[in-house]
Design a protein around this ligand. Sequence first.
Ligand code: AMP
Ligand code: MG
Length: 296
Amino acid sequence: MGVDVRIVAYANKKATAERACAAAFERFAELDTIMSDYRETSELMRLCAHAGGQAVPVSRDLFTVLQYAQVKARRSGGAFDVTCGPLVRLWRKARKSKTLPSQAEIESARGKVGWKLLELDPRRRTVRLLKPGMQLDLGGIGKGYADDCAQEVLKRNGIRSALVEAGGDIVVSDPPPGQVGWKIEVPNAIDITAAPLLFANTAISTSGDLEQSAEIGGKWYSHIIDPRTGMPLTDRIQVTIVARKGITSDGLSTAISVLGPEKGCAVARTYPGTTVYVRFATSAPNPGQPGRFDKR
Ligand code: AMP
Ligand code: MG
């Protein structure tokens, strides 16, 4: 999935921690072979090869993630959309080459994007992509799910106190021994609390990593796309979500980046136990600099 994964675990014996972490990393590796769009042979990519054709039976993991994704797509009115692959690829190329795509290229990619073009059959556990050329992208939800799964493996292996992090997505279980929570700096919350927040048995995801945006012609283009317009975000929003599960916090942080604070919070309210932190970068960035956030 293109990120480093970090696990911090507490156990009475070193051997217990090592065994548990090895199993959790193995689970991550397994999910990478399912969800990665960097690997041509991943289950996701093999599924996309059938776009425009028959329904394809898929693994329980892939089906679960796609089901969650479709619920988010519906609740966000299509702002979160895992069928956004053709647009993500087009704009990834643009950010690398520093050249904007043509309107015709954007329209062509948009024609292959839309969450209603993704059909799930829970009874047969099959997936059908209605149009040829469709490309699924789980970059906005897969890491949170993988964190959840890794925590389950750690628990099964006797670890109750752990932090799992993949990219901007973190899931924590019980606090470290003798503490009331995991100390995590939520960048967007620092000016409210003036102290790192303490977390236990929860998930924390941040979207809007400035390092992943690029300047083309004096404007900053995010790696997050608004599937409804085919354009990347340019408002330099940063969103952190605290939720019960990683699959929820990850998808929501991406969705709310697209929707903005007001509409975004309305969607977050449909997920009980969720907190939303939003801020915008206001200062015009210097060339080559990711810019600063100075207004919440
Ligand atoms: P995150 O960092 O979790 O916000 O995820 C960003 C990644 O999600 C991008 O790099 C794309 O792979 C993918 N993505 C971009 N825009 C969207 C969107 N509107 N809905 C779902 N996934 C998206
Ligand atoms: Mg996300």
